[in-house]
Design a protein around this ligand. Structure first.
Ligand code: SAH
Length: 269
């Protein structure tokens, strides 16, 4: 992907300021396209699943851009060391503040200072939990910088110094931030204009109005003795809407009482 020459019909915005090339790989993007900048020890993990299906097609079309910044070349000494033992002792290694800072400086080139327009995030199990509202906020920004940790994490001073926001994929611990970064980018990119074929599908799906989605069915009409609910075959759009709504409410109430309570609280004005 990195060796691919951008086509020369003038719609591609190539940002010359982002070189040196060996420190960053990117994909050609349309002018003003949403950008994800990933600081990682494993740039080869990208685009990963983001290169498939709708997000992959949109990436190829330049509707969004992916730029990985390899942490390794910023490492110290002949061995390009990026980590060291934790101060105070204990297991594992910690990514060095100076090394991460150099990579974050590189990632900041040409980005807006306003964090609403360009969030700068460390993927971290200690962070605020990622959700659909965050995906929407990121999709509305110009782009995001995501710092992927490894080992025991990152020296706290670099997070404080750059006012890096910590965001978690959920209450569990991964080996590194790369999978979390891909999950969050996927959630944001599919909200960008033109990425999903059918724009309406982001309006009605789970978490868009504080409800989980109703069940879905497709052919065959009878499978293993199980029928598609007859109302869905009735052609009566009003009834179908009512049924879907009721099912969405039932499922939300049963599975996520927390969402259901929050929803009721916000609807009683
Ligand atoms: N010692 C840390 C965990 C380090 S896990 C702690 O106890 O908090 C190594 C890296 O994986 C982290 O630096 C982070 O970037 C990533 N990671 C792990 N779990 C994650 C989660 N739930 N969400 C986002 N990133 C996570």
């Amino acid at each position: 992907m990195t060796d691919e020459k951008p086509r020369s019909h003038g719609r591609l915005a190539i940002s010359a300021s982002l070189r040196p090339r060996e420190l960053m790989t990117d994909t050609p993007a349309l002018k003003g396209a949403w950008r994800a900048r990933i600081v990682t020890l494993f740039p080869e993990a990208f685009p990963g699943t983001l290169g498939l299906s709708l997000t992959g097609k949109a990436l190829q079309e330049g509707r969004w851009a992916l730029e990985t910044i390899d942490l390794r070349p910023f490492g110290i000494g002949r061995h390009r060391n990026v980590d060291d033992t934790p101060a105070g002792g204990g297991a594992g290694m910690v990514l060095r503040a100076d090394v991460v800072a150099s990579a974050l400086n590189q990632a900041a080139v040409g980005t807006p200072v306003d964090r609403a327009r360009w969030p700068v995030v460390y993927l971290s199990p200690r962070g605020r939990r990622f959700d659909q509202a965050t995906a929407r906020a990121w999709a509305a920004a110009d782009g995001v910088t995501l710092l992927c940790g490894r080992f025991e994490g990152v020296d706290q001073r670099v997070l404080d110094h750059y006012a890096v926001e910590e965001v978690s994929l959920g209450d569990f611990v991964l080996t590194g931030g790369e999978i979390a970064a891909q999950a969050m980018i996927d959630a944001a990119v599919r909200l960008l204009p033109g990425v999903l074929g059918n724009a309406a599908s982001t309006e009605e799906e789970s978490h868009s109005h504080g409800l989980l989605e109703h069940p879905q069915y497709t052919k065959p009409q009878v499978w293993e003795g199980r029928e598609i609910p007859p109302v869905l075959m009735s052609g009566h759009h009003g009834e179908i809407e009512k049924w879907r709504r009721a099912e969405a409410e039932r499922i939300t109430r049963e599975r996520r009482p927390d969402l259901w309570t929050a929803r009721k609280a916000s609807s009683t004005k």
